[in-house]
Design a protein around this ligand. Structure first.
Ligand code: PGA
Length: 244
């Protein structure tokens, strides 16, 4: 399994930010881990021109049609992108996306030849109520389609309360959750579940990357804020390479 560090630019980035990617491509073009930047649809073609692996942040479940403002997985692939995120908590929360829709988006991504990063994560209230594992298992059961393989799919665990807040679970908590997720994946997918990458996401930065990447069953990270600047993202890539 090759480890993966994926950036998620969210609704950030214009032409002026493309030099950040050129800098990353120069420094990490031959990285020993997979490096992907998921960006806004408006930039994907030009992002792909940098030679880095690029992904969309979301896609529509249909391949084409009367869906004003939406972007299909085929359109994302047409830009040169090779990845797509589905089920990010900002889509689940802000756009009322449920597990069934996320599963259909994952299938759409595969049908377009994209590698799909499916996100799961509990809210702060669910965390405080001790419901984390129940919530995550239910999200995995319903938002990961049966056809998922390690080749086509990565799972990203992102506690909603850790996203953009500077808060992270303790190393022990991340370890315990990832171990439980691995058991659950293996029970359903067997050897594919053993090989499927499990990313941690939520306030990953250069200062905590080493500790997080040292944990068993953490196969990389999904990084928001710290992926926007090459100087912030580069040490995270280096930390993952050192752990691999
Ligand atoms: P963050 O975002 O790294 O800014 O916390 C992570 C994410 O939303 O994927």
């Amino acid at each position: 399994m090759r480890k993966l560090v994926a950036g998620n630019w969210k609704m950030n980035g214009t032409s002026a930010d493309l030099p950040q990617l050129n800098a990353l491509a120069d420094q990490h073009g031959d990285a020993s881990v997979d490096v992907v930047i998921c960006g806004p649809a408006t930039l994907l073609s030009r992002m792909a021109d940098t030679g880095l692996s690029i992904g969309g942040e979301d896609c529509h479940p249909s391949s084409s049609g009367a869906y004003t403002g939406d972007i299909s997985a085929a359109m994302i692939a047409d830009t040169g992108a090779t990845y797509v995120i589905t089920g990010h908590s900002e889509r689940r929360t802000d756009h009322n996306e449920d597990d069934a829709l996320i599963a259909s988006k994952a299938t759409a991504g595969w049908n377009a030849g994209l590698h799909v990063i499916i996100c799961i994560g509990e809210s702060e209230a669910q965390y405080r109520a001790g419901e984390t594992l129940d919530i995550l298992r239910a999200q995995m059961d319903q938002s990961i389609p049966d056809a998922a393989t390690a080749e086509t799919t990565t799972i990203a665990y992102e506690p909603i309360w850790a996203i953009g807040t500077g808060l992270t679970p303790t190393a022990e908590e991340i370890s315990a959750v990832h171990a439980a997720l691995r058991v659950h994946l293996e029970a359903r997918f067997g050897a594919e579940g053993s090989a499927m990458r499990l990313l941690y996401g939520g306030s990953v930065k250069a200062s905590n990357a080493d500790e997080i990447f040292a944990l068993a069953n953490v196969d990389g990270a999904l990084v928001g804020g710290a992926s926007l600047k090459a100087t912030d993202f580069s040490p995270i890539i280096t930390a993952l390479e050192a752990s691999a």
